[in-house]
Design a protein around this ligand. Sequence first.
Ligand SMILES: NC(=O)C1=CN([C@@H]2O[C@H](COP(=O)(O)OP(=O)(O)OC[C@H]3O[C@@H](n4cnc5c(N)ncnc54)[C@H](OP(=O)(O)O)[C@@H]3O)[C@@H](O)[C@H]2O)C=CC1
Ligand SMILES: CC(=O)N[C@@H](CCC(=O)OP(=O)(O)O)C(=O)O
Length: 343
Amino acid sequence: MIRAGIVGGTGYTGVELLRILALHQEVDVAVVTSRADAGVRVDAVYPSLRGYVDAVFTAPDVEALAACDVVFFATPNGTAMLMAEQLLARGVKVIDLSADFRLQDAKEWSQWYGMEHACPDLIGEAVYGLPEVNREGIKTARLIACPGCYPTSVQLGFLPLLEQGLIDADHLIADVKSGVSGAGRKAELATLMSECGESFKAYAVPGHRHLPEIRQGLHAATGKPVGLTFVPHLTPMIRGIHATLYGRLQADVQDLQALYEQRYRNEVFVDVLPNGAHADTRSVRGSNRCQIAIHQPQGGNTVVVLSVIDNLVKGASGQAVQNMNLMFGLEEDLGLRTVALYP
Ligand SMILES: NC(=O)C1=CN([C@@H]2O[C@H](COP(=O)(O)OP(=O)(O)OC[C@H]3O[C@@H](n4cnc5c(N)ncnc54)[C@H](OP(=O)(O)O)[C@@H]3O)[C@@H](O)[C@H]2O)C=CC1
Ligand SMILES: CC(=O)N[C@@H](CCC(=O)OP(=O)(O)O)C(=O)O
């Protein structure tokens, strides 16, 4: 059995990791941390896990975590980078759900995240955990930087077109909506029901910290810097990301549908919907799938891609477990064979 540790087990991505790993036949959750709930049983905080997780929250402690085979960081940005080096030195694999190792340029990371990086030397070693792009690198990695939720939906949606050079990479638009669990479990005015319920708004239009991450991934796909307008929105739903992506075709493409089906034909977690479909977040809720629909309105030269994920699953904890499966030579979908909750 793989001994797993979770730092930040009381947060939304932490409890989602617990939900998935509770039924993963190759994993034993050995350590789960919370500073606020140290000493409290996991199933006392989350009764949904009664009978599935027999563990008590402990304060984060490198010695206890070093006894694990793999440690997931489901913590705010700036936390994993303080412990990753020590754990790696002790032979522990690290899967970081936060943004600490996502950007390859430490200076750019500091500008967007407003802090100095604690271990810039490790950034080059980290493998960006998007299996549909980096599967081979993930298999041999010691340190995984899990993609952000918005970046997962946007990259999977744009990749087939950019890899083939079919759209103008200087003028990409990603208009993306997120449910409120994307903001985490901590109390915040903006995510109170009376603030965000019955309402809908864009935010961070001048620049969101996922912009450089998306640009980095799309640059790698197309081989040159991309021009991207990314506008995130907060919607009054709990889970889900809906990305509406726009690109200007610069070549005559016979069959966009076939292009997407071909690109993702071997991807168990990317589902290209039939021609003319409209993807909805409800159909991926609780599952590790990204569903994609492709449109070319009125046969013009603008392509519209709809890409949906559950931010807590394919956008975070499910993708983290997908990465773990690859790192440990397991079947990629072990523990992740779930059908979305509906309605
Ligand atoms: N929510 C989402 O949809 C997604 C989130 N992410 C990223 O995943 C990470 C976790 O997000 P989320 O679960 O939403 O966050 P939450 O705010 O819901 O949970 C954070 C967790 O981290 C713990 N924690 C906070 N500060 C520290 C610290 N300094 N040291 C150790 N533990 C700490 C908290 O417990 P305690 O304070 O008791 O220790 C809590 O368990 C973030 O980096 C987020 O950006 C990525 C993709 C999607
Ligand atoms: C709705 C909402 O508030 N979403 C978050 C996305 C946070 C997130 O998941 O951030 P990382 O992927 O970088 O860790 C935000 O915009 O800050």
